[in-house]
Design a binder for this molecule. Structure first.
Ligand code: VGL
Ligand code: ZN
Length: 215
């Protein structure tokens, strides 16, 4: 049997209808994801990982921090002193470093099920030097579990899901994005994300194709 990991990316209230950064129709992914998690539907994942996006108030990615309009972009300087173009988001998922933005679940740190302490992408961690996806905690965890294939679902397809799928490919895992289990901020965003994943060797599949792909 192929050892597979299902990564559920950022299925959080703020990205669902009525949330502060709601993905249009974001809730259409919930039932397909719930099915993926149901053994009676015939799915049998070696491991399931769920990622959570969270930021402190005043985060570098928030429009409110820069007196900017949400959904415009600004040139900002991150904690490494690097300058880049950052989308100005409405305040969302407020919980942690003001000056580091990360989209990929491979850039975060693991909170093991048995652990009672919380950890995040930057908290108490050296921020330099930047690590490649292959060296991050999630990549190590997947390798440790001898994972052979990775399936990604969640929100938003054109940000965290795309980013997670690309990190997974970069880390060397054959990677599929399950289309019914993801939604993007716009139709154009979805189209671009699908192309980006395919271009790097990932597959974008519906249910029948997924069942075959994970065999
Ligand atoms: C996300 C924008 C900002 C995501 C997170 O989970 O896709 N998008 N923060
Ligand atoms: Zn965010």
């Amino acid at each position: 049997m192929t050892r597979t990991a299902l990564i559920v990316v950022d299925v959080q209230y703020d990205f669902l209808p009525h949330g502060s950064l709601a993905i249009p129709d974001g809730d259409r992914i919930l039932s397909p994801i719930n099915k993926l998690l149901d053994v009676e539907e015939g799915w049998d994942w070696t491991i399931v990982v769920a990622s959570q996006d969270y930021h402190p108030p005043g985060h570098i990615s928030f429009a409110s921090t820069h007196d900017a309009q949400p959904f415009t972009s600004r040139i900002v300087t991150d904690v490494h002193g690097r300058t880049y173009e950052q989308m100005m988001w409405p305040d969302h998922c407020i919980a942690c470093h003001k000056c580091l933005e990360a989209y990929s679940a491979f850039e975060g740190y693991l909170l093991a099920p048995e652990s009672t302490t919380s950890s995040d992408a930057t908290h108490d961690r050296p921020v330099d030097p930047p690590v490649s996806s292959r060296e991050t905690e999630l990549a190590r965890y997947l390798s440790l579990n001898r994972i052979q294939k990775v399936v990604v679902v969640g929100l938003a397809l054109d940000y965290c899901v795309q980013s997670t799928a690309l990190s997974s490919l970069e880390a060397g895992f054959p990677t599929a994005v399950f289309l019914p289990g993801t939604a993007g901020t716009s139709v154009e965003g979805e189209t671009t994300a699908i192309s980006a994943v395919k271009e790097k060797g990932g597959v974008v599949v519906i249910e029948k194709e997924l069942r075959k792909w994970i065999q």
